[in-house]
Design a protein around this ligand. Sequence first.
Ligand code: SAH
Ligand code: SF4
Length: 365
Amino acid sequence: MPLLVGLHSFVSDLPQKSLHDLGFAELVEVLAADGVKAHHAKALWRTLHRDGALDLAACEFSGPLKRWVENSVGEGRRFFLDEPELVDEIRSTDGLTRKFLLRLRDGQTIETVLMGYDGRHTVCVSTQAGCAMGCVFCATGQMGFVRHLRPGEIVAQVLHARRVLRTIDPKRHLRNLVMMGMGEPLHNYDAVITALSVISEVRGIGIGPSKIAISTVGVVPSILRLADEQRPYRLAVSLHGSTEEERAALVPASKRWSLAMLIDACRTYGQVTGKRIFFEWTLIAGKNDSPETAHRLVELLRGIDAHINLIPLNPTGGFAGSESLAGHEFQKILIGGGFPCTFRQRRGIDVAAGCGMLKAEKRTR
Ligand code: SAH
Ligand code: SF4
């Protein structure tokens, strides 16, 4: 019958959604709409996020949940699971950093890094394929923007890193997360916030909100939104310049959101949330590493509860990192100006897993 044929094609044409895209409350709602009780939703949530299961058909569920999974998850059904394919894994020579090249359902590749230092493990996730911001010293920026990641694609990176960590040492926990991989998290605000609510939920992955850092190039409206919504995460702002000119030469996005607007937004963020802001500063020889720049930075940040993280430039071509003497002089001036200022450890440089080196290319062997 034409009507039934039409209905059938309507049902199977419904866009599939990833179960990993759903926050806890949304999962409860989805199951409730199909008459499945909340305690089953809790069991499914634990399976997905605490256990990290990917083969739900093989899981021991009680009757109603088992039936729901059979009817709703899988090829041609309403839901699927985000299970990125591992294309390549590269380990640093010190064995402490692993970079994963992951392929998403549409073939896009992204990178995720697992770092283990001082017994603490941190995952660095991508939030976009490519990036629209075009910072001149950043490999991702030079690729251009491809697309936003969905929440489930962000969550799946954490699940992958944790799975690997469990194989290395089942007793170790993944405690920290930084959004410093490919992409600009605050250009993909809603997906990032949904993903973080999933990642920090205590019955699931359970990374504490205070152990999560969102790093931004300075998307001013989104910084104000984070403050307004009192989001509990740490904020890191990639500054790199102490004048409009100095910054614009490195960070094209500052033509849209000027340094003055960004610093204003940071002041507001600090006042509204009472939280410290971490400023990131990639030291580039002859561009932003002079003592004058350091003194200007002290004046610029005065009154903000700020910690400055100095990042040695990782080679991406075209730019040279600062001499270590210039870097230490820079640090001394900031500390003298009253700001805590530390050097970011260089991590995984030999596997091109350092900041800004995450380029979605399979390495040539
Ligand atoms: N888009 C966000 C987060 C991803 S970039 C942001 O810009 O903050 C994470 C950090 O890596 C940023 O501080 C960025 O400035 C830094 N970075 C980019 N390229 C780099 C490079 N070649 N060497 C060192 N740090 C770099
Ligand atoms: Fe994008 Fe951050 Fe790279 Fe700039 S530094 S291009 S904002 S990923």
